[in-house]
Write a protein of this length. Sequence first.
Length: 177
Amino acid sequence: MREEDVIVPSYLIASVILLAITVLLAAIVTIYVFPISSSTSSSGPNTVFTIEEETITVNGEPEVKITFGYNVGDSIAADELKVTVNSNQAYSLDTDTETEGDHAIRKSPDLTTRFSESNTFNVIGYANETKSNTDSPTTVEDITTLERGDMIRVIWTNSESDTEQTLREYTVPSNIS
């Protein structure tokens, strides 16, 4: 065998190997530049909540009150937060009138600007068509109060894309009386 016969196949093998490496590098670059996932949704704020459960007396009856507090993370504009109980609008006990007669309520979260450091909001119940004939309940008697097993969701709505993301789910525990 001549030396020329050995050189030609080695040039051919080297060319094929270089072509394979080039295709592989192009594929890797393409994956990083154009991600496989075509999802363009932005992730929601990264916020950690504290949760306190307590039983309070409202009109002589024990009621469950769940308080959500800001612990750490991104602050959130008040108009971007929605709180639901079993997919219904949640209501907060109006802390200014908590000891007064009818126990006024407001839509939860009852925040004015941002949910951030030292902010809290509470949930005492939810609007339920079968309980209240009004579109805007004003007292505890107008809403369905929390019970064991109710699912509370704190939902963030992206104001730019109208997408929603559940930031926190909480089930009222069975040991609350």
